[in-house]
Design a protein around this ligand. Structure first.
Ligand SMILES: [Mn+2]
Length: 247
């Protein structure tokens, strides 16, 4: 019974299929969000991961676009903080690779509103954060964006959007010694501790004194993903079928 984490597949159905194929029947995959946008097959990737019985689905900031575009919060507090104050959610979503899903949702609203409603209700109950204890007794905190545990409480928007924690040190308080943060959201080559001699294909990036592990390999752009074994911290890297020219 293995437990894996994977994140930010961003429309790479070729990678999502391979990830699922690596699961034995008793394994669990914690998918830490951003199934959609940027890559070529957002809808298929979302459906596979959101409905698969072995997948625990976490909300990413791109799924948050989808939810907010269909709820009343078409301009939100967190988006304001990111200086999108004068744009509404669908505009921001479009400029962040959301074209396929915006069209798909418009089409569903017209022809198959039940399916759209089903997706929205599954995303409503998706995880935002989970703490699990692994076989080594380490407490692993799983979220899309990660955070520093020194200053709780974090709200839902921060847990799926926040980035500045990446540049902060892990708190010295012994209460946090046995906590490890597993997150996606920020591609590993954008993390401050990234070593330029490292390749994306080297896998997850352990940083912040080993307390944080970023598993976002920038799948849409680089065509790689990784499955981090949450008990052993070993990982399986997966290369996509093909590269896409995203320009
Ligand atoms: Mn992402």
């Amino acid at each position: 019974m293995a437990r894996y984490a994977c994140s930010d597949l961003h429309g790479r159905y070729d990678l999502a299929e391979q990830v699922i194929a690596h699961l034995n029947p008793s394994d669990t995959l914690y998918f830490l969000g951003d199934a959609i946008d940027r890559g070529p097959s957002s809808w298929d990737t979302l459906m596979l991961l959101l409905t698969h019985p072995q997948v625990e689905f976490f909300l990413g900031n791109h799924e948050d676009f989808l939810c907010k575009a269909h709820h009343e919060e078409r301009t939100s507090v967190i988006l304001d903080r990111y200086q999108y104050l004068r744009s509404d959610v669908p505009q921001i979503w479009f400029s962040n690779g959301g074209e396929e899903m915006i069209k798909k949702c418009a089409d569903l609203r017209e022809r198959d509103p039940e399916t759209l409603q089903l997706i929205l209700s599954l995303l409503d109950v998706a995880h935002v954060e989970e703490m699990i204890t692994n076989d080594r007794g380490q407490n692993l905190h799983l979220t899309h964006a990660g955070y520093n545990p020194g200053r709780r409480p974090w709200d839902k928007d921060e847990l799926i959007w926040h980035r500045s924690h990446i540049y902060r040190d892990w708190p010295k308080d012994p209460a946090y010694e046995n906590i490890y943060m597993i997150h996606g959201h920020t591609p590993i080559d954008s993390v401050g501790d990234y070593d330029e001699t490292r390749e994306v294909s080297d896998g997850p990036l352990s940083y912040c004194g080993g307390h944080k592990i970023d598993i976002d390999l920038g799948s849409a752009l680089y065509g790689w993903t990784t499955m981090l074994n949450l008990d052993t911290f070993e990982f399986i890297n997966i290369e996509g079928d093909h590269q896409y020219d995203l320009r």
